[in-house]
Write a protein that binds this ligand. Sequence first.
Ligand code: PEP
Ligand code: MG
Length: 574
Amino acid sequence: MIKGIAASPGIEIGKAYVLREHSITINKKSIAENTVENEINRLIEAIAKSKIQIEKIKERAEREMGRDKAEIFGAHLMVLEDPVFIDEIKSKIRENRITAENAVYIVSQNYIEMFKNMDDEYLKERASDVKDVSERIIKNILGVPIESLADISEKVVVIAKDLTPSDTAQMNKQNVLAFATDMGGRTSHTAIMARSLEIPAVVGLVDITSQAADGDVVIVDGNKGIVYINPDEDKLREYEKLKQDYVKYRQELKQLKNLPGETRDKVRRVELSANIGTPKDVKGALENGAEGVGLYRTEFLYMDRENLPTEEEQFEAYKEVAESMAPRPIIIRTLDIGGDKKLPYLDMPDELNPFLGWRAIRMCLDRPQILKTQLRAILRASHYGNLKIMYPMVSRVEEIKRANAILKEAMQELRAEGIPFDEKLQVGIMVEIPSAAVIADILVKDVDFFSIGTNDLIQYTLAVDRMNEHISNLYEPLHPAVLRLIKNVIDASHKAGKWTGMCGEMAGDVTAVPILLGMGLDEFSMSASSIPQVKKIIRSLSYDEAKQIAEKALSLERTEEIREMVEGVIVRIK
Ligand code: PEP
Ligand code: MG
């Protein structure tokens, strides 16, 4: 048994597919004159092979993700077919008498440097195309296998070091039963993605990639955060049964789908919403009974592509969500890029501490045109449903004022152009930096609502990296400091007659729910698949009970005592 972090619930049993990173060694020695033509032939064959591979990926991407996203592979084909680039590699082999892989490496490095230093954004982007393509050619010359999740053709458990959002975007979802990764924590993006796809996952397993081999039988228990490799018959039988029980339990919870999120005594009603990353996630949100979208992470619109999405493209996506969820509310978060999410086409600095760096609202205020384009698209879409705007990573009041000034400009432009939008649309902020939580009474004057982003709030409050599996035991939502900050935010909003939601993963954490309910949280937004069990807990408690639990939690001094106390409550409910 290998213990990791439970990242996405559910149990699956299947064959392992280990996604390995193969290292490449470039032979830098000079070659004999009579082998030059042989090297040129190796190059030509590798280019032909690369072309067939990229065309196949492009076709699949067009089919599964649309033309836009497939465009990147068109650019890769262009590099591959560029006669200047290819001829230069051939001359290098001939003139310098070096191996084909070394020539590809040297020539591509020159181009990568040249493109990187250009002022033109479009040309700058070409650097990553050259890098991807040249790596592929080199691997093909050396006969090193190139693996991609797009190639999976049977049902497997994917085992990887880590999965980037673009890995998961390329993946053929029908064939992925579960994930198990070396790296990551409960709130890493692999985990969030797995939950939104409703695929069981265990992350932070440290070295599962070296313990498992292709074809091994693997059990992934996403409820407990454990993985078994080649289990014995007894274990397999036990897990077949657990898997069936879990499916039954989920079906029972689904019966609650159309019931409201209200306490047993009907004294308190809260809103239970879903977090989404793309318009496609709306389906899962509705199936799980979401009453709205408490967080639409728009950065996925900006990722896995070659340039910034236009106002029109964004408008289409936001309108689609607005219409398919109407009349339910949708909170659209403005671009939250940086940290672990980089955009290759924006010149983003390499930072020592990216999570404390140039990201989210900070970047948007430095590049106001990016923010304005997005705000215009959201405003235009607001005519077609119930949209709200939310700024991420706010740490001081000036940021809200500056963002709102840009919003005002966007509104004035639209009015002048005669384009309709919701004049009364609410504007709020994410409270995910401790400074914002502490001065919630000041910030509340400039917002309509707060949404607490606990994924980041916990990491910044406790100084515990949310992605670091070595300290994941210290990443503790029920730490008294975190609870006090949350209480402070809710109270400040209520005092001002406004409301507070939560869109961090804590809102879907069963042990936190009774406390949050008792503290007066107004809206809980989470991975759609967590909604039914949160609803069950809320419907099982009276408001007075919840208030007592919250009061008790705030009075206890140690996390363990708090956890023990709420776990006692949860056990009685189940
Ligand atoms: C958060 O920080 O709690 C949050 C919801 O945002 P993200 O996970 O996208 O950083
Ligand atoms: Mg965040």
